[in-house]
Unconditional design. Structure first.
Length: 96
């Protein structure tokens, strides 16, 4: 079973250049060991529900340490019995 989320998070109290804060979060995501794919407007993460939500919480807590206001979005897709969907979904669309 896997959950895919499309996740975006950044502080809104740091001006218009938030790349250093986003980079911190992306490092956490990559170091988590979960499958992920960074995109221009968010990051796709795949894992079990507890793993993915724990990672979202770590990302939030990291930004919360130095931010008074944080914007985040999460879109999700749960599917029982399948894993590796980040790659397979992209391949399916590219092959259509």
């Amino acid at each position: 079973m896997s959950v895919l989320i499309d996740f975006s998070i950044f502080p809104v109290d740091k001006g218009s250049h938030v790349s250093p804060y986003v980079a911190k979060v992306v490092r956490l995501i990559k170091e988590s060991g979960l499958a992920c794919q960074v995109g221009p407007m968010g990051t796709c993460i795949e894992g079990s529900w507890p793993e993915v939500m724990a990672l979202v919480d770590r990302c939030f807590r990291t930004l919360e340490e130095e931010s008074d206001r944080i914007y985040l979005t999460i879109k999700g897709d749960f599917r029982r019995g399948e894993a590796g969907r980040i790659e397979s979904k992209v391949r399916a669309v590219e092959g259509a």
